[in-house]
Structures are given as structure tokens and as C-alpha cells.
Design a protein around this ligand. Structure first.
Ligand SMILES: [Zn+2]
Length: 272
């Protein structure tokens, strides 16, 4: 049962869950951008394992222990990723949006990266429930503050969202398109999240922010990061939160592909 909306309860996404612990951290613990990810997979041991994996695929599987098979499989997946996707590239069909790279806003290095298979079936809209920003400097500063909060207070690997939209009309890169995020309980592995910077419980974001968000949704569609029949939701459709704020939520109900909740798995986590 949906709890009564209360904007205060959304402060700092109090009801967002901790990131689920992954089975086996994928290689990196430091210097976590894509290039380093690739280097790790190209270590001598990996090359050896990849060679053995060829034997494996040729029917000589008995020479390879099962634990190593899974490492090889994960590494092959990683090597198929374009490292620029983690840090630089916006995406094809995304030319009319300015995406501020992690380097430009001064991101810290991720503690760990977990690739996500795309396209995904869900796209979520959030708000940060924090102060708004209106230019590159103030939005970059806000990005660093949100990242610090998510990494230090929440203990997450990085800023939770995939992308954020600033009051300056720019898009700020969070985890990027193809990384598992920490944003929407139950949907971090099959959903992408955009967060509008500010509190939109009682006011709409500016026309510019809304237009940028719509363009970013187009990027997701054009880049094939979401399925052709994907669904757009507000964070509150998946869990017990007021996010993305009443006013913004009412607005996105009119956008294409919108589907209101509660989604399967919806819960108030201990609250009825
Ligand atoms: Zn949210």
C-alpha cells in the first residue's frame, strides 16, 4: 500500500536502499574508469585464461576449473565495452545535449564498476531533493557534494544516478549508460535513472531542464540503451518515496512511455 506522500520523507532519498553486494567485485578496486578496467582484463593471467577459454569453447572444457570459467566470461564481457562509455562519450544521436564529463565536474574515482547489460526496460526520473544550481560552477560543485554524500555517507561505489540534469541545462554524467547504479530499489540492474537537480515537490523544473531531460531520454532511445517498448516511471512508482516530487511527477505523467506504479516488488520496506 502506498504511503501518504510527504516531501520531507524524501530528503536525501532516505529510503533508497544500500547497494546490493555483488557476488564477486569485477576486478578493479582503484582507478576505476573503463581503460583501467580493460587493462586489468589484459593481465598475463587473463590472456592465459582467454587462451584456455578458446580450448573450452572448442570442447576441451575439462582443462579449465569452473571458477576460472566465470572469470573468463566476465572479462570477455568487459572487453566488449567501449571504455569511453564510462567517461567521455555522450552517445550517438545525442548531439544536441551537452554532457559534462566526470573529469569536467571533478568526479572522484569510482570505488568499483559493475557493467550493466543494455538495453534495459525501465527509465526512472528522480529529483535530488537538494538545492538547485544554475551554472557550470555551481552545478559541478553540487555534483561533487552529491557524489561525496553517496560514497561517504551511503557507502556506495559512486554517485548513484546514471545522469543528472542541472539547472544550467547541462547534463552531468553520473555512472553513464552501461553501469549498474544505486538509485531505484529493485531496478538498479535493469533500469537507468536520470535525476533533476533540485526539489520539485512544489514547483516545476525550468523549461530548459525539462527540455534537456526529454532530449536525454531521446539519447537513451537513439543509443539503444532502453528497449523500444521501455517504460518511463517516477522513482515513487518503484518504492516508498516522494521522489521525484509531486509537481514533477504530475508533469512526467504526460510524457511518452510513462507508466505509473506500483511496479512489481514495490514495498515500503517495513512500513505499511
Ligand atoms: Zn529518487
Amino acid at each position: 500500500m502506498r504511503e501518504k506522500e510527504n516531501p520531507l520523507r524524501n530528503q536525501n532519498h532516505r529510503f533508497s536502499p544500500p547497494e546490493r553486494r555483488r557476488k564477486k567485485p569485477l576486478i578493479l578496486r582503484s582507478g576505476a574508469e573503463g581503460g583501467i578496467l580493460k587493462k586489468s582484463c589484459f593481465s598475463t593471467k587473463m590472456i592465459k585464461l582467454l587462451i584456455v577459454s578458446i580450448l573450452f569453447s572448442s570442447g576441451y572444457s575439462n582443462v579449465l576449473p569452473s571458477s576460472e570459467i566465470s572469470v573468463v566470461k566476465r572479462c570477455i564481457t568487459v572487453l566488449q565495452y567501449d571504455p569511453s562509455d564510462f567517461s567521455r562519450r555522450s552517445s550517438s544521436g545525442c548531439d544536441d545535449v551537452e554532457i559534462v564529463s566526470r573529469e569536467r565536474w571533478g568526479a572522484r574515482t569510482s570505488k568499483s564498476i559493475e557493467p550493466m547489460q543494455t538495453p534495459v526496460p525501465h527509465l526512472f526520473i528522480h529529483h535530488t531533493a537538494m538545492r538547485e544550481c544554475n551554472d557550470f560552477e555551481s552545478c559541478s560543485k553540487m555534483m561533487r557534494a552529491i557524489q561525496n554524500f553517496h560514497m561517504d555517507d551511503r557507502g556506495w561505489d559512486d554517485i548513484g544516478y546514471n545522469y543528472l540534469i542541472g539547472g544550467d541545462g547541462r547534463v552531468y554524467m553520473g555512472r553513464g549508460w552501461q553501469r549498474v547504479g544505486a538509485h531505484t530499489y529493485g531496478f538498479n540492474r535493469n533500469g537507468i535513472a536520470f535525476s533533476l537537480m533540485g526539489d520539485f515537490s512544489n514547483k516545476l523544473p525550468s523549461e530548459e531542464m525539462l527540455n534537456t531531460t526529454k532530449k536525454l531520454i531521446k539519447c537513451a532511445e537513439n543509443g539503444n540503451y532502453v528497449m523500444s517498448d521501455y517504460k518511463l516511471h517516477g522513482h515513487r512508482d518503484a518504492g516508498c518515496t516522494a521522489c521525484p516530487g509531486n509537481t514533477l511527477y504530475e508533469h512526467i505523467k504526460e510524457w511518452p512511455y510513462f507508466e505509473g506504479g506500483p511496479l512489481p516488488g514495490y514495498s515500503c520496506r517495513g512500513k505499511k
